[in-house]
Design a protein around this ligand. Structure first.
Ligand code: ZN
Length: 326
């Protein structure tokens, strides 16, 4: 699997270097999994140019962890990387497995193919809160939810997500539909005995209220945890998992570090949300699961924790939520 020229700390992993280089492995042959179904825009949110190089491979983690939220269905940068190459690079960095997350029908179908293609992948399927109001307005939400439930029956789909509430992009009239879709996803997770991965953007109070009103599934994860110490306390009380992304390394994210500092250690997870949310100092560049160690090292620093111990925790917590990858 890993060879020293494709994977050496301090240089961009071979498969992530632009095509045509000496370590070009873009022709991975059959069996390397489904190809990405969409591409991330090459401009930032404000339309500005962003750097399209991937970050260098970090020093591998001493104990392998799990990236519990990635979007392998998205390509980014100047290369297309096969599933197998992405997981090989992750493994070389001490990231033993991932949860591939679908956020619409197409990416959820991709997720089911992905979990069949590589044993290092488990999956989550759902309709994103930003899409639910559109589907409802078109009259196709019920049919889409039905397909999500069918896809979720696959034994390697272990979570319903990402679902939740996003008040950042949704106009007022879409919010009721978004809440309805969230409640339906909660219900599917409970009936199928799956974990729930929540997307919460500018909607902490309503996310908490909705989960408590409906009754929480056994395992709840706040993906890309974006709250403060007060929300972390609510998660501690309810036994909800807090998954920290590259955002915890951002200079202006003191609130996230305060939350992490008081989070119950048995509820801490790590993720990339790749190709988005690349940790400092690579913010804005493409992200991938092999980049997780930058975030985990920053977390260990915030916690004043032994790195090996924290990695072991994250691994054990990930298995407690999603079951075994084997
Ligand atoms: Zn995501």
């Amino acid at each position: 699997m890993s060879n020293s020229s494709a994977y050496s700390a301090g240089s961009i992993p071979g498969p992530y270097r632009p095509v045509g280089g000496p370590d070009d492995t873009s022709d991975d042959g059959p069996g390397s999994g489904p190809a990405p179904v969409r591409a991330r825009k090459s401009e930032g949110d404000g339309g500005q140019r962003r750097k399209l190089d991937y970050p260098p491979l970090p020093e591998p983690l001493p104990v392998p962890v799990i990236d519990n939220h990635t979007h392998l269905d998205f390509s980014d940068g100047l290369v297309e990387v096969s599933l197998r190459a992405a997981l090989d690079a992750a493994e070389a960095a001490g990231v033993a497995g991932v949860v591939q997350v679908g956020s619409d029908l197409e990416s959820s179908r991709f997720t089911v193919k992905a979990v069949d293609a590589d044993p290092r992948i488990l999956g989550a399927v759902a309709l994103h809160p930003n899409d639910a109001p559109k589907l409802a307005a078109e009259g196709s939400l019920e049919e889409a939810l039905q397909e999500i439930e069918q896809l979720a029956a696959h034994p390697r789909i272990r979570a319903i997500g990402e679902t939740g509430l996003d008040y950042f992009r949704t106009p007022q009239e879409g919010i009721e539909r978004q809440r309805y879709s969230f409640r339906r996803h909660l219900d599917i997770a409970k009936r199928l005995g799956l974990a729930l991965q929540i997307h919460d953007r500018d909607a902490h109070d309503d996310v908490v209220a909705t989960v408590l009103e409906e009754g929480a599934p056994e395992r709840v994860v706040l993906h890309c945890f974006s709250g403060d110490a007060a929300l972390a306390r609510i998660c501690n009380e309810n036994g909800w998992y807090m998954s920290f992304a590259g955002t915890v390394t951002f200079k202006n994210a003191g609130n996230l570090r305060e939350a992490l500092a008081i989070a119950d250690p048995s509820l801490i997870l790590a993720e990339t949300d790749s190709p988005f949310l690349t940790p400092h100092p690579y913010r804005g560049q493409p992200n991938a699961s092999y980049v997780v160690p930058y975030t985990v090292r920053a977390m260990a620093e915030v916690l004043g924790a032994d790195l090996e111990e924290l990695c072991g925790r994250i691994r054990a917590n990930s298995t407690a939520v999603y079951g075994s990858w084997d």
